[in-house]
Design a protein around this ligand. Structure first.
Ligand SMILES: Cc1cc2nc3c(=O)[nH]c(=O)nc-3n(C[C@H](O)[C@H](O)[C@H](O)COP(=O)(O)O)c2cc1C
Length: 199
């Protein structure tokens, strides 16, 4: 028996699609400093943990930096930058700029990959699961009126940052906050360029 499709989208389906389409990456400069309430942060983290994982491995740990806790993150950024290969890695203004980044979003969540002690799945599957968790968190954040970015630059995935977090591997961090204005517009290639139908 074939399923009968409803003539119009249900309100629930429309709400999910709206959140997916509304989510936008925004720069730090576009965030307001207002803190994100604890219960909102917990709902976002919970959404992350509902990502699918092959073998139910849940290969993630998240460290949340908010409020004065961002001082620790600021030091991690500076230490990772100093240990990197940038030509100005010894420059105090450059290190101060790294520290300053941590204070420009009210909420940061690390994306720490913890492979199981006896891996059942290849690492790419565990990384993919963590990426699903990251997207779940970005979508949940969007539903709460937040915006942010998955950042994966050298400092954000540095082994120095990972070690400071106690993480075997770091896939970057999410920063989140309330956007100051409209989210930036974006586009996607049409389905006709990306999809092959076999009917
Ligand atoms: C795995 C991953 C890593 C990313 N790392 C960065 C980053 O380091 N810096 C950055 O500006 N954007 C980063 N982004 C965000 C993309 O730039 C952004 O998703 C893209 O421009 C599309 O914009 P949209 O998210 O608003 O659709 C990353 C996205 C993903 C999925």
């Amino acid at each position: 028996m074939t399923a009968t499709l409803p003539p119009t989208l249900s309100a629930q389906a429309q709400a999910v699609l709206d959140v997916i389409h509304t989510r936008r990456t925004v720069d730090l400069a576009l965030l307001q400093p207002d803190p994100v309430p604890r219960e909102v942060t917990e709902a976002i983290l919970t959404a992350g943990t509902w990502a699918p994982t092959h073998g139910r491995t849940e290969p993630w740990r998240f460290t949340v930096f908010t409020g004065p806790g961002r001082a620790q993150l600021a030091e991690m950024f500076a230490q990772a930058y100093a240990a990197g290969s940038a030509p100005d890695r010894d420059s105090e203004p450059a290190l101060a700029a790294q520290r300053a980044r941590a204070w420009r979003a009210p909420l940061w969540i690390s994306l720490e990959l913890h492979m199981p002690a006896r891996p059942k799945m290849p690492e790419w599957e565990e990384q993919a699961a963590l990426a699903c968790a990251a997207q779940n968190m970005l979508l949940a954040a969007t539903a709460f009126g937040l915006a942010g970015k998955w950042v994966s630059g050298p400092v954000m995935i540095s082994p120095v940052t990972a070690a400071a977090l106690g993480a075997p591997k770091l896939l970057g961090l999410l920063y989140l906050g309330y956007p100051a204005g409209d989210r930036p517009a974006s586009t996607r290639a049409p389905l006709s360029e990306k999809v092959t139908w076999v009917e």
